[in-house]
Ligand binder design. Sequence first.
Ligand code: F0G
Length: 445
Amino acid sequence: MRAYKAKAVERISLPDREARDRHLREAGYNVFNLDADAVFVDLLTDSGTGTMSDEQWAALMRGDEAYAGSESFRRLESAVADVMGFERIVPAHQGRGAENVLYGTIISEGDYVPNNTHFDTTRAHVVNSGGEPVDCPVESEAGDPFQGNLDVAAVRDLADEVGAERIPAVVVTITNNSMAGQPVSVENVRAARDVADELDARLVVDACRFAENAYFVRQREPEFEGESVADVAREQLSYADAVVMSGKKDGLANVGGFVGVREDDDELYERTRQRGILYEGFTTYGGMAGRDLEAMAVGLREAVEEAYVESRVEQVAELGELLQEVGVPIRTPTGGHAVYVDAEEFLPSIPRERFPGQALVCELYREGGVRGVELGEFAFPGESRPQLVRLCLPRRTYFRDHLEHVAETFADVAERRGEVSGLEVIDEPEMAELRHFSAELRPVE
Ligand code: F0G
């Protein structure tokens, strides 16, 4: 049961079929190019797209827009200290701004950075800082409780191969967005801490979805049974030397982010602050308005409220169940923020090089005005990985009938799956890591 009700609403509508066909064509078969008002149920991302609470809207009015020493910044600092245990933060306009500040500070040319799985912007920032991103996900099977974990042995092997001195940081992304939003156990973060100590490297946690992850830990890791989500979250983050945070996820805000640094790490704090000034803005606003700082300060506290986080994770599970009822192959158990569909299994006649995931994303829009996102060969060119389509739920935004509409749309696409054609890329940007944001495609028979 959701522990909130709607106070403001936004009209949405489903354009007719002819209009949807036209929009798709004009978007170059890339749903990032669609106008949002042409989308009926928008499951592109959970990033900055959620619904703020009345408390957050009220807090906006308290925004202190001072360039330096804003009170709103102090309130954000104390929220981060209370909720995440980091006393020092360097604010940034969003998660990737924080990634630029942190990774640009600690990575040098020729370094290697192991991560359970790099998210696209993380990978791009590691590469941009001269480093080589190395994905080290655990091998897991459907049904495993912590499929998002870091393969700690793989990190040791990497160090043996390239030398520990070339690994400035070990990164753990919770939950593992690129691996179906699967959680990471506290035990795994402790093991990552140990390996970071052995290598004399920093342990960085990408904490975008730390509250959702803590909910799964409480549910699945026996040591934490009966504890509060807030306590689990603090425990899990306590092993990290630094966090990168996108406030657009578990900050429940529309924009914002920060790097969290330990109190005793003066050197890292000073260097990240300087880089923050260069790229994000002065150290007490970092690319955000004072009111944005306020919204995130309130949002972080709400993110670990039991009633909120339970209804959040359970709604994702509900979408997963509705899809399974109509025979859609999904990754199980469902993750914290999204349901991931196996597109190769759903559209078996489309070969990998014709982007079955992107073809499915296009059909979902054409059929029901539903927007998802491909996280397979199109988004990660040249990588051997499952061809997944992510259906990501904005926080506190959609109702059960929207989820039912998504399931019905899948059922309708399934009925004519033999007619769905594959795609080819006809125009793409220079940086391969960012291809799916702006490339254009066309259908091929
Ligand atoms: N790290 C992870 C794990 C993310 O999922 C994201 C963003 C970022 C960093 C970057 O944060 O968007 O605030 O700059 N993920 C969004 C998504 C965009 O759709 O999964 P940002």
